[in-house]
Design a protein around this ligand. Structure first.
Ligand code: 13P
Ligand code: SF4
Length: 328
């Protein structure tokens, strides 16, 4: 029995208790598509990084419980400072955030004084505070299109998303060399083998995947965009090259279709679970609502500095459709 489970009455109906506490605290539960299905089903809103930032900014709840990773909870606190923002597990980090230490990023910027920093939302509040505009995978192209064509750009921290965007927009970008440990695991070789066994399957991939994977994709986009693609497309079978938590929503939205997780080097998709997202459990969700901890806190000066590029993102991506968010 883990320490967390040891603190909980084994006869407690966790789902009912979470619902009860949610009402008592006037809380809203936001969940990313990479969360376990049971957490997605309990959430008030499930979405991609942009949808969730927008929801966090707009909610009138007193408490936001963010079932995602730490940088997402930080974004919620930055845009909604008067709310209590709880994270079931404060140690839920992100390899992209880890790949971009603020001091190294500062040096990278200082070496390129004529560049602006367009930074992927998967980074620390400190790196956000040093950036000019934040983007997500669903609004990056729309935001880049609004910048002057000759503007020099630093893109951090995901080199795969950066080179995908450079290819799509024709822009010359100085890329930070970070990557996501989850998307990095997918194997082109195994994907080709899988496609020969499923010749009618279409491939939907997240742009955090290496270029070798994206070459085989029928659709590339954010988690929300992948979900919308597989639901609307006439195809019946799809290979999904992103974290397989999203397959839960796909099966709910299109139960008659078949979804196969893209394989890693050993031919399975097991390696594609995000170990950081997986830190959140139903037990921890219950405990954080019961005890109102751990809560995201940050110095006000840092919050205000990080808000500027995030607010620019929200303002510059008004043309990117608001999603009809999946609920419980
Ligand atoms: P999106 O949900 O914005 O596509 O991001 C994926 C991701 O890696 C979140 O950590
Ligand atoms: Fe970070 Fe990758 Fe996990 Fe997303 S899937 S939270 S980018 S490690």
């Amino acid at each position: 029995m883990t320490t967390v489970q040891a603190k909980i009455d084994p006869f407690l109906d966790l789902t009912a208790e979470i619902q009860r506490l949610k009402k008592e605290r006037n809380a809203v539960i936001l969940a990313h598509y990479y969360q376990d299905g049971e957490i997605q089903d309990l959430a008030d809103f499930v979405g991609d990084s942009l949808d969730l930032s927008r929801k966090a900014a707009a909610t009138d709840a007193d408490v936001i419980v963010f079932c995602g990773v730490r940088f997402m909870g930080e974004v919620a606190k930055i845009v909604s400072p008067d709310k209590t923002v709880l994270l079931p597990d404060m140690t839920a980090g992100c390899s992209l955030e880890d790949s971009c230490p603020p001091e190294e990023f500062r040096k990278f910027r200082e070496a390129r004084p004529d560049h602006i920093a367009v930074t992927y939302i998967n980074c620390s509040a400190d790196v956000k505070a040093q950036s000019d505009i934040i983007v997500t995978s669903s609004n990056a192209e729309a935001i880049l299109a609004q910048l002057p064509p000759d503007q020099k750009i630093i893109f951090a921290p995901d080199r795969h998303l950066g080179s995908y965007l450079a290819g799509k927009t024709g822009r010359d970008m100085a890329l930070w060399q970070g990557s996501c440990i989850v998307h990095e695991q997918f194997s082109e070789r195994e994907l080709i083998k899988l496609k020969t066994r499923h010749p009618n399957a279409k491939v939907a991939a997240h742009p955090e995947c290496p270029e070798a994977m994206l070459r085989h994709a029928d659709h590339v986009g954010s988690t929300r965009s992948i979900l919308e693609y597989v639901t609307a497309d006439e195809g019946q079978e799809f290979i999904i090259a992103t974290e397989p938590g999203i397959i839960h929503q796909m099966r709910k939205d299109a139960p008659h279709k078949t979804f196969i997780g893209a394989p890693g080097a050993d031919g399975t998709c097991d390696c594609a679970r995000c170990p950081f997202m997986a830190k959140n459990t139903l037990e921890k969700l219950y405990l954080c609502l019961r005890d109102m901890t751990p809560a995201v806190e940050m110095p006000e000066e840092l919050r205000q500095a990080a808000l500027k590029p995030l607010q620019r993102m929200l303002d510059m991506s008004k043309s990117v459709n608001a999603h009809s968010l999946a609920g419980a």
